[in-house]
Design a protein around this ligand. Structure first.
Ligand code: SF4
Length: 339
């Protein structure tokens, strides 16, 4: 059993199921999130005999770090191996005032965006809530985590229940106590779940990975667009913004010769303005095995200016970890290529 899958109530119940007082469950929960622990014996206040028995029954930690890359800008990318051998990446992004963790929600990804290494082998499996929680906790030991973004491998809204439970666990006041506004979930456009998300987690920021403002281009880059084309996606976004009444973010990866024309800049600005959305422009990070080219820097700047001229608000997102395999899925691909 992965105890990181448990919220506070689950752990109280688990303790009573073990014939222990319920407060032992709470003690373990607090121990997991309020101090760095490797095994039950590290949890303060737990009786020695009980901790020893629990350590013998099963390992406390659900994953091991098998590879790490550290960028000159402080970004740390870790490849974790879970109990069944599945591999997933998580990234720690420190800045002056923040420590953001980029979490993977699935092993691989079923969406198959053409610019992304994570989708190359399709979906392995969903990650459990605890496996996502642990990605955050893993980096929390080095510096207090302030923000969590579900932007690693996988489509979070295809693993909806587990993603929501991981947010609940990380937001628990007796644990890390991260406010819900410190979470961002990024979706490639699962229209029906966008509506549900507005109802279930109105405080959590939703980012939409648009990547193209017209169906012809988007269906080529983001295959999910064939199921939920832009008009349908925008209808879901209308419902979302009416319900949560908050600004959202559009993510737009810049692919040379694909989605960077003046006409596309103008369409993108129009779509964003409909929601008062901010646009994050992300220059493509070259990945072996995917058919896209890095755009020239002056083309990136020109596109950003064209978006602004058309009335949009865009930021070119700095490439964190540019000197390591920073694009999602690259470290895992490299590791798998060795075996
Ligand atoms: S960009 Fe996101 S949704 Fe698309 S294949 Fe990669 S992980 Fe999946």
């Amino acid at each position: 059993m992965n105890l990181f899958d448990c919220n506070l109530e689950d752990l109280r119940r688990w303790a009573t199921d073990q014939g222990l007082p319920a407060y032992r469950g709470q003690q373990i929960f607090e121990g997991l999130y309020q101090q760095p622990v490797q095994r039950f014996a590290d949890i303060k206040g737990l009786p020695k005999k009980l901790a020893q028995d629990l350590d013998i029954q099963s390992p406390l930690l659900p994953a091991q770090e098998i590879r790490r890359q550290t960028s000159a800008d402080g970004t740390v990318k870790s490849l974790l191996r879970f109990h069944d051998g599945a591999l997933a990446e998580c990234v720690s992004i420190p800045t002056k005032n923040r420590h953001t963790i980029c979490v993977s929600s699935q092993i691989g990804c079923p969406v198959g965006c053409t610019f992304c290494a994570s989708g190359l082998d399709g979906l392995g499996r969903n990650l459990s809530a605890g496996e996502m929680v642990y990605q955050v906790l893993f980096h929390h030991g080095r510096r207090k985590v302030t923000n969590v973004v579900y932007m690693g491998s996988g489509e979070p809204l295809f693993n909806y229940t587990n993603v929501l439970k991981s947010i609940e666990i990380l937001a628990e006041p007796r644990g890390l106590f991260l406010g819900r506004r410190r979470f961002t979930v990024s979706t490639s456009g699962v229209a029906d779940k966008i509506r549900q998300f507005a109802h279930d987690e109105p405080q959590v920021t939703l980012a939409l990975s648009l990547h193209a403002p017209d169906d012809y281009t988007r269906s080529r880059i983001v295959p999910l667009n064939k199921k939920w084309p832009i008009a349908e996606l925008m209808s879901a976004m209308d419902d979302y913004t009416n319900k949560v009444n908050r600004r959202m973010t559009l993510e737009y990866v810049l692919l040379a010769d694909d989605n960077m024309s003046r006409q596309q800049a103008s369409k993108l600005a129009k779509l964003a303005n409909r929601y008062g959305a901010h646009i994050n422009l992300i220059p493509f990070n070259p990945v072996s095995g995917v058919p896209h080219q890095l755009p020239a820097w002056n083309a990136v700047e020109a596109f950003a200016q064209q978006v602004e001229e058309a009335g949009g608000h865009a930021t070119i997102r700095g490439q964190r970890g540019a000197d390591i395999d920073a694009a999602c899925g690259q470290l895992k691909e490299r590791e798998q290529a060795k075996t």
